[in-house]
Design a protein around this ligand. Structure first.
Ligand SMILES: NC(=O)CC[C@H](N)C(=O)O
Length: 354
């Protein structure tokens, strides 16, 4: 069955439909990871986006337990070649069936290298995946221009408080669309992790007397998080140690007077070099973000840059002055890796112990 990917600039790619036959409009972003397609599919930070995998063969080890959440979140899935067979002793099914089961449309058989070059040169664009061969560009393009991701955190956060038992430090994890491996990374280090829905009031979290607070990753524009930012400010004002990842990092920056902006095409992949400005050491990190904190508008009395992206010089982390708070834009919990920056969880535990 033929399918079409129509971009906001009028470019049309013709390929084969995979997954659901539903028509969808979304923001088209590319991910350059060579492994971990399941972790990408199940990362809640992709809600409101359709993801292009630049690695040309996807699905060869099928669906395995390597999930970052219970289900896949992207609005659409775009690949060069979807493996017809899968082979792995842990596999329970194929990507094709997984997409169908979760009603996610996709397209395969298109030149993803050409598509990625367009997105890299012109910047992230909206697009439509459709199987309607009589598509009408005059009608579709205005709809593509009008699409915005909107508030997606409420769509991906958990419904109720739940606990991962542990005998060590008590950590409150605010779930803006948290990848499973954040709670697991803390729990593996002995922490008891209490996971709270994104809209939980700061008072409720602080009343439980946690040893530390962790702010998770999550989808969408941080500025769409509205009142969540007010709660994050109250957490900042408490003396509880805080570690934040990706969206959590951006929300803490907004809560304390800094600004964020959308990047041209973001960072999504498994090999982004970040420099720890305290040691000068460079780590390879996994990343998935489209927004970034503006360091120009940072008040040095509040926070100073702690990490920088070696490729483009954008901010990758902040250290808060006079506070037990540090935040990073990349993913120290990354699965399948790289695990270079997993030491940051140990740093957080040391901070809670002091
Ligand atoms: N992975 C994340 O937490 C991403 C944060 C935010 N949604 C961004 O795109 O920048």
């Amino acid at each position: 069955m033929k399918a079409y990917l129509i971009l906001e600039d009028g470019t049309v790619f013709t390929g084969k439909g995979i997954g659901s036959d539903r028509e969808v409009i979304s923001e088209i972003v590319f991910n350059t990871s060579m492994t971990g397609y399941l972790e990408v599919l199940t990362d809640p930070s992709y809600a409101g986006q359709a993801v292009v995998m630049t690695y040309p063969l996807i699905g060869n080890y099928g669906i395995t337990p390597d999930m970052e959440s219970q289900k896949p979140w992207p609005d659409g899935y775009i690949v060069r070649e979807l493996s017809r067979n899968y082979s792995n002793f842990r596999a329970t099914g194929s990507i094709q069936d997984f997409l169908l089961e979760h009603d996610i449309p996709g397209i395969c058989g298109i030149d993803t290298r050409a598509l990625t070059k367009i997105l890299r040169e012109k910047g992230t664009m909206n697009g439509m995946i459709t199987r309607n061969e009589n598509y009408n560009l005059d009608e579709i393009l205005p709809k593509l221009h009008a699409y915005t991701t909107g508030n997606v955190v409420d769509k991906v956060t958990c419904d109720e408080v739940h606990v991962l038992k542990g005998t060590g430090k008590k950590v409150a994890l605010l779930d803006f669309g948290a990848k499973n491996n954040i709670a697991k990374s803390l729990n593996d280090r002995g922490c008891e992790v209490t996971i709270y829905p994104a809209r939980t009031k700061a008072e409720e979290i602080l009343a439980a007397n946690p040893d530390g607070i962790m702010l998770s990753n999550g989808p969408g524009d941080p500025k769409d998080c509205g009142s969540i930012i007010d709660e994050v400010k109250k957490l900042y004002d408490s003396d509880v140690p805080i570690f934040a990842i990706c969206l959590g990092h951006q929300l803490m920056a907004l809560a304390t007077g800094a600004d964020t902006h959308k990047m041209k095409y973001g960072h999504r992949g498994g090999n982004h070099p970040v420099k720890d400005l305290a040691t000068g050491k460079v780590y390879i990190s996994s990343q998935n973000h489209g927004y970034v904190v503006d360091t120009d508008k940072l008040d040095p009395a509040v926070a100073t840059p702690a990490f920088v992206n070696v490729n483009d010089g954008t901010n990758e982390g902040l250290a808060y002055v006079g506070k037990n708070i540090f935040t990073v834009q990349f993913h120290p919990e990354a699965c399948p890796g790289p695990q270079d920056s997993a030491y940051l969880f140990d740093r957080f535990i040391d901070m809670m112990s002091k």
